[in-house]
Design a binder for this molecule. Structure first.
Ligand SMILES: NC(=O)c1ccc[n+]([C@@H]2O[C@H](COP(=O)([O-])OP(=O)(O)OC[C@H]3O[C@@H](n4cnc5c(N)ncnc54)[C@H](O)[C@@H]3O)[C@@H](O)[C@H]2O)c1
Length: 333
């Protein structure tokens, strides 16, 4: 469907990905862009455009959600609990936000005759890769409660399409990175340490492979899915244009910031802290390899990720030089 002149509501629109979507939907000449966010982790500083309407609300508040959805044409559902450790320690909270919250958003969309619904899913739905790259029909065996709740959200989106004809599309992102990324994941931990003159700490041998998607490419996937009818009732992987080992990630950061630094290797047990960085715990069920096969979205929607990892990391570092104070440096995962 055309975006021009349409009203778009973005749940989680004050967050990392959501706020970039706000900017892009405005560029695409949406008539109105509404951010619906409880500001648990999002920031008004990401919402510079004066034309955005901001509704401070929780997706668990079905009444408010429903009111906010009046006359909305396009919904982009990005609000979520995405801290893996929170999902493990407080699984009910993860379930409520990601499943009950998603059902509230779907119900409001249905009631208000929304014409397009995009759901932010995650490559975390696959769990440990049986083979790589992982296509959409790879076995789904999430390793964390977060992956379970994101997968349930996807399945509900599909139900609302099959039962009621609500045109939903789920996008399974790889690791999205770039300006406004939140602190806590490997790339951000490495950048902060190297900026402060310290060594990045690599868990294990650093040969674990990761799929990084630059934020603008992830946003492109959203816009392509919004504009296409072919995406209705579909699930797509959204990966980057290459993949990297954790060693590569550390070396990229080091080369861009301070080539005299060397990484340190550490091997804490799952759930335990690093001996070099006490507030950094190793994830239980850490993925060995994580590479998404994005050929379906490339074929059906013409998705083509453009930004090279080195360039994307450079842009994130540039942004961070001005915005380090925005980071809550208690790791989220
Ligand atoms: N960043 C990634 O690499 C990545 C990868 C896979 C999937 N995703 C998915 O993309 C979406 C956005 O992720 P992000 O990285 O931008 O995270 P983020 O934390 O920056 O954004 C999430 C936003 O949702 C808001 N929010 C949280 N709970 C809410 C609630 N109950 N009601 C209303 N608003 C609420 C937060 O305040 C925040 O603004 C999430 O659904 C996440 O699961 C992200």
């Amino acid at each position: 469907m055309d975006i021009e002149g349409k009203t778009v509501l973005i749940t989680g629109g004050a967050g990392f990905i959501g706020s970039h979507l706000v900017d892009r939907y405005i560029e695409e000449k949406a008539g109105e862009v509404i951010v619906y966010d409880n500001f648990a982790t999002g920031s008004e500083k990401f919402l510079k455009n004066k034309s955005v309407e901001i509704i401070k609300g929780d997706i668990l508040d079905a009444t408010r959600m429903n009111e906010a959805m009046k006359d909305v044409n396009i919904v982009s559902h990005h609000a979520a609990e995405l801290e893996v450790f929170t999902g493990i320690d407080n699984t009910i909270h993860d379930l409520r936000t990601n499943i009950e919250g998603t059902i509230n958003v779907l119900n409001a969309a249905l009631k208000n005759d929304v014409e397009k619904f995009i759901y932010a899913s995650s490559g975390g739905v696959y769990g440990q890769a049986h083979y790589t790259p992982e296509p959409e029909n790879h076995p789904l065996m999430p390793h964390w409660p977060y992956g379970v709740s994101k997968l349930a959200g996807e399945k509900y989106c599909l139900q609302y399409y099959l039962l009621y004809g609500l045109p939903t599309t789920s996008l399974r992102y790889g690791i999205v990175y770039g300006p406004r990324e939140w602190y806590g994941r490997v790339l951000t931990l490495f950048i902060k340490r190297v900026m402060e003159g310290e060594s990045p700490i690599i868990f294990g041998d650093g040969k674990q492979i990761r799929d990084y998607v630059y934020i603008n490419d992830a946003v492109d996937a959203n816009i392509l899915a919004t504009k296409s009818d072919m995406s209705n009732g579909k699930v797509y992987n959204v990966g980057g244009n290459d993949y990297f080992s954790v060693n590569d990630v550390a070396n990229t950061v080091i080369n861009l910031i301070n080539p005299s630094i060397n990484p340190i290797y550490d091997d804490p047990k799952p759930g335990e802290s690093s001996k070099y960085q006490v507030n950094r715990k190793r994830l239980p069920g850490e993925l060995k390899n994580f590479v998404l096969d994005s050929s379906l979205i490339a074929k059906e929607l013409n998705y083509s990720p453009k930004v090279k990892f080195q360039d994307g990391v450079k842009r994130e570092i540039e942004w961070l030089k001005e915005n380090l104070k925005l980071w809550n440096c208690e790791p989220r995962v």
